[in-house]
Design a protein around this ligand. Structure first.
Ligand SMILES: [Zn+2]
Length: 388
């Protein structure tokens, strides 16, 4: 039931920053305004902490929710990461667990030693059992990096998920480095790919619970799996669902992702556990699809006007979605929409295009003295490595 640590709370409004609350940032921002060049903008990598962008009081703010193992139905649990308005998104994924007679079936492994071990310990405490199976909903690091801690579990995923994890093995560091919320000490790190693959419609009957794994892709990635529990009308979407957190389309086929959300709207579902954000339901998934619809309209106007993605992002407002956590995901999302419209979309993250868009966006925001909206390049580049 931990609340997000206070150290993550960035309590400065943009006005507070401009009144002198963050000297480091002001200094850096002044440098940006003075020069305005790309080389200077690269110095933004050292800007910490970053104030959050101003929020719009006309629209609701995200709720506060806890890191907890929550029982949703007999033998069915969600493990959510905490979050709140004005707390920086750390990208650690939610997870799930279904208890059988002999073992636990897990859904996603989270990001690293701290959340994975906490999830495993909470599951053991609640049920007295260990994990025997683990399904990765997709290949992103915050869902698979904890695989190594599920030591006695057979790990399953879509063939695309396995292929991407296998590709990432060589570049994975050999040790965990201490990272807030992810790892507290240096310890051995191994990226473990799924050893079993399946393409669609795999059903477990475990301890009286029917768990249907359904292929959802291409959507958030080309290998998305969701877990549907028809008896309880519960759906674990993996990252097909982002609730109150701006969705991140770094590897996505956005228009197909929206189609998947529309399809789910017709399913018999009451409770949805998203990959990121608090537990919700169909209205939350519909809201996320609306984020992409609104963004699609706004980005398309600017695409048709031949604006670059970075310049487009600097202008775009999304109304009620501007208050969602991690608004900087907009940059990757617009780059992705542009690729779709250019017919150049591939399953891979276009890190260079997102970097270019971020630099241009920051130049425009710095010129307009909107320091709270500057996005550290490092944050966008971390997405390429530990993508959510
Ligand atoms: Zn993801």
């Amino acid at each position: 039931m931990d609340k997000p640590p206070d150290s993550d709370r960035v309590g400065l409004s943009r006005r507070g920053v401009l009144q002198g609350g963050a000297g480091t940032l002001l200094g850096a921002a002044a440098m940006l305004w003075g020069e305005g060049g790309v080389a200077r903008l690269r110095a933004q990598d050292s800007i910490e902490p970053t104030p959050l962008p101003a929020t719009d009081p006309r629209y609701p703010m995200p709720p506060t929710w806890s890191r907890e193992l929550r029982k949703l139905a007999p033998n069915v649990y969600a493990y959510t990461q905490g979050g709140a308005p004005n707390v920086r998104f750390r990208g650690i994924s939610n997870a799930g667990m279904i208890a059988g007679d002999d073992y636990l079936l897990g859904i996603d492994a989270t990001q690293g030693p701290i959340p994975a071990k906490a999830f495993i310990a909470a599951a053991k405490q609640a049920t007295g059992k260990d994990f025997g199976r683990l399904v990765n909903t997709h290949h992103h690091g915050d869902h698979v990096n904890g695989n190594q801690f599920f030591t006695h579990a057979e790990i399953l995923g879509h063939p695309y998920c396995r292929a991407e994890v296998v590709k990432a093995v060589a570049s994975t560091p050999k040790m965990w480095s201490p990272t807030p919320g992810v790892a507290d000490v240096a310890e051995e790190r191994r990226l473990v790919p799924p050893s079993v693959t399946f393409k669609d419609d795999l059903t477990y009957f475990i301890g009286g619970t029917e768990v249907q794994f359904r292929f959802a892709g291409p959507a958030h990635t080309w290998g998305d799996m969701m877990a549907y529990l028809p008896q309880h009308k519960i759906l674990f979407t993996g990252d097909v669902g982002f609730f109150w957190v701006a969705p991140l389309a770094n590897n996505s086929y956005i228009s197909k992702w929206v189609e998947t959300c529309d399809k789910i709207a017709g399913w018999d579902v009451d409770v949805i556990v998203p990959g990121h954000g608090p537990i919700g339901g169909k209205k939350d998934l519909a809201a996320m699809a609306d984020y992409f619809r609104v963004l699609g309209v706004e980005a398309r106007k600017r695409y048709d006007a031949k604006m670059t993605p970075g310049a487009a992002c600097a202008e775009i407002h999304l109304g009620r979605f501007d208050n969602w956590i991690s608004p900087e995901h907009l940059l990757a999302n617009v780059v992705r929409y542009y690729a779709e419209w250019d017919n150049t979309l591939t399953p891979d993250y276009d890190a260079a295009a997102v970097r270019e868009a971020t630099i241009e966006y920051n130049q425009i925001k710095a010129g307009a003295r909107k320091t709270g909206e500057i996005v550290p390049l490092r944050r966008m580049e971390e997405m390429a490595k530990e993508a959510c």
